[in-house]
Design a protein around this ligand. Structure first.
Ligand SMILES: [Ca+2]
Length: 278
């Protein structure tokens, strides 16, 4: 998804220019070398194995902490569909974000579906909530997908929350559209595919400086997020205090994006898109 498979989760396709545009001076990893994602993976894997030495992760953690991927490991946690993390609640509902990019009006609609998706087998089996995310050219800028408006991308995303309150991301099924036709499934991944793992989508207790890998599908989806700040943000849907500002980084193409999540609401800013209703 999210984060920028579209705007939300994953940074595929059209995202490059928009991410460049939302880049801010002072981004703490603005000039981070492209190899650092690999260091993050190594660090995460090392920590997951219980090794105490920081090793190569020291540089990554210089501005904060890199969360241990074990926080979402299926064999170390119990999972619930009651996803009530205040910064990314997915109990029910729909969020609509709109905005403009290069003169085009875009819309992003996120919907918690009734359906679930099961991953893994045996004792590690995890049932996840399916969250649909649709990005489209909202030509009349009304926040609705009207019959004559073109879809850009639609995805089904899999989330579950652990006993500690961490929201974990288990993958997505992606449809990318051109002229009303699905032309690609690029960016699709599942945590239970060999070589992949669940990502940490939202920490149980977010703090400025935290870095966490949201997608773990080498070569396909590798978004990493860093919490840059906490503060007040105003969007069409309202003014929200104690919101967290998150910078996403996609090491596969070097793109970056900024998102804001507000407590008891969820995603309120995604690059140029702002929450219109929820
Ligand atoms: Ca519309």
């Amino acid at each position: 998804m999210y984060p920028c498979g579209s705007y939300v989760w994953g940074m595929r396709g059209r995202v490059g220019p928009r991410d460049t545009r939302v880049l801010e001076k002072g981004d703490i990893v603005k000039d981070r070398p492209r190899t650092s994602w690999l260091i993050s993976i190594i660090a995460g894997a090392t920590l997951a194995l219980g090794v105490q030495t920081l090793g190569p992760s020291g540089a990554v953690a210089a501005n904060g902490s890199t969360l241990d991927l074990a926080l979402c490991a299926p064999d170390r946690n119990t999972f619930t569909l009651a996803i009530d993390n205040p910064y990314f609640p997915l109990l029910s509902g729909q969020w609509v974000l709109t905005g403009k990019e290069q003169g085009e009006s875009l819309g992003l609609r996120i919907t918690v579906l009734d359906s679930t998706e099961t991953l893994y087998r045996g004792k590690n089996r995890v049932t996840t909530r399916v969250v649909e995310e649709t990005e489209w050219l909202d030509a009349n800028a009304n926040g609705a997908i009207d019959p004559d408006e073109d879809l850009i991308e639609s995805s089904l995303n899999y989330f579950a929350q652990t006993q500690s309150g961490t929201v974990c991301y288990f993958g997505e099924a992606v449809d990318i559209y051109e002229n009303g036709v699905v032309v690609s499934h690029e960016g699709s991944w599942r945590a239970d595919t060999r070589g992949n793992a669940p990502g940490i989508f939202m920490p149980a207790a977010p703090e400025v400086g935290m870095t966490f890998q949201q997608e773990i599908a080498p070569g396909i989806a590798e978004d990493t997020a860093t919490i840059l700040a906490i503060g007040t943000v105003t969007v069409p849907a309202g003014t929200f205090e104690n919101a967290i500002k998150v910078r996403d980084f996609n090491p596969l193409d070097g793109s970056k994006g900024v998102k804001w999540y507000a407590p008891n609401v969820g995603l309120v800013v995604d690059g140029p898109l702002e929450l219109m209703s929820h």
